[in-house]
Design a protein around this ligand. Structure first.
Ligand code: KG4
Ligand code: ZN
Length: 338
């Protein structure tokens, strides 16, 4: 089964063709990072306009690389929430038009589900599993199990304030590093020392909080500046990497032990982080559990993960959707679950 997938929720225009939820025939990503860097973050209006310019060439290239025509496509999947409204609308309207004109059923997909299923691309996953999604807008912890041939995803916890990626990006701004801050901090930390005494946030159950860490580092940088001291960006970066990987892995370990889970899935833009990957590798060896990270191209926003999530949603429904009109009547934008 071939699914043509679209992802335009933020500043990446991406189109992919995914076969049977695992085999990525193409995954073309056009990123606008260089355009938004000038402003220190994503400007929604600019992002929407670039999606309009990019969607047609990206779609054409994805079909060319996958060596297929629309006749070969069984379903069209598209991110419909959460994200920037103008950006989402571009992908959604394009996908809807293709679906309607070619009578190919349309599947609306939640962006976070896309990140969860990015771990399933090219991997055989043993369930139950604990899934940690760490992106620019979300820090969510899930329990995933298969019951009666249906994959059930249960939200266990989430951030009560800032997301991890957001924390990286905001601290990078304080350090006057370019957007997006995550990869910059990851790179600088390699030459730094963990010198800041950042306290672990006290958050109940499986929830997270990162605003205290952000405030601590912001105050540290401002105080040192006022005293006329030079700051080692490398040391600040290293200290942030240590506290973040400690906080995230601690909660995952808690779920693993309480719920007797032996598979850990980590996904989302921040799952590209070097220290986080290293930390979970250590856990994998120490606890004898399987830890799965997506390939780097499936960590940050991409359409392959949307195609993969769509495949599993279909599987949950018994792989069945008829070609009645209802399949083309997808709500423009759902605001549920944001
Ligand atoms: O998943 P994603 O592409 O978009 C959202 O759904 O939000 O994640 C983007 C986030 C940004 O905050 C970016 O700084 C962060 O992922 N990120 C990283 C790294 N690469 C991207 N954070 C830490 N280390 C990285 N290597
Ligand atoms: Zn994302």
């Amino acid at each position: 089964m071939k699914i043509l997938a679209f992802e335009t929720s933020c500043d990446e225009t991406s189109v992919a063709v995914v076969e049977n939820g695992k085999n990525v025939l193409s995954n073309v990503i056009s990123t606008q990072i260089d355009i938004h860097r000038e402003y220190g973050g994503v400007v929604p209006e600019i992002a929407s306009r670039h999606h309009i310019e990019n969607i047609m060439p990206v779609f054409t290239e994805a079909m060319r690389q996958a060596k297929c025509s629309l006749d070969d496509i069984d379903y069209i999947a598209v991110t419909n929430t959460p994200g920037l409204i103008g950006s989402l609308l571009v992908g959604l309207m394009f996908a809807k038009s293709l679906s309607w004109a070619n009578k190919i059923p349309l599947l609306p997909i939640n962006h976070i589900n896309g990140h969860i299923f990015s771990n399933f691309i090219e991997n055989d996953i043993e369930l139950p599993a604990v899934s940690l999604v760490v992106s620019g807008g979300h820090t969510n912890l899930y329990y995933i199990d298969e019951i009666d041939k249906e994959i059930k995803i249960t939200l266990l916890g989430e951030t009560l304030d800032d997301a991890v990626g957001e924390t990286y990006d905001k601290i990078a701004r304080v350090l006057r590093l370019p957007y997006p801050g995550g990869p910059e901090i990851d790179r600088l930390s390699k030459n730094g020392k963990d010198i800041l005494q950042i306290k672990k946030p006290k958050v109940e159950e499986y929830n997270f909080s990162f605003s205290g860490i952000k405030t601590y580092i912001t105050n540290y940088v401002n105080n040192e500046k006022m005293k006329g001291n030079t700051i080692s960006k490398e040391n600040v970066a290293k200290s942030l990497q240590e506290i973040v990987s400690e906080v995230l892995s601690e909660k995952v370990l808690k779920v693993m032990k309480n719920m007797k889970v032996n598979t850990i899935l980590v996904s989302g833009g921040v799952s590209a982080n070097g220290r986080l990957r290293e930390k979970f590798r250590e856990i994998s060896e120490k606890e004898n559990v399987k830890v799965i990270f997506p390939k780097l191209e499936y960590c940050t926003d991409n359409a392959a993960m949307i195609g993969c999530a769509a495949y599993y949603e279909l599987k949950n429904k018994g792989m069945y959707l008829d070609n009645t009109e209802d399949n083309y009547k997808v709500d423009a934008i759902s605001t549920k679950g944001e």
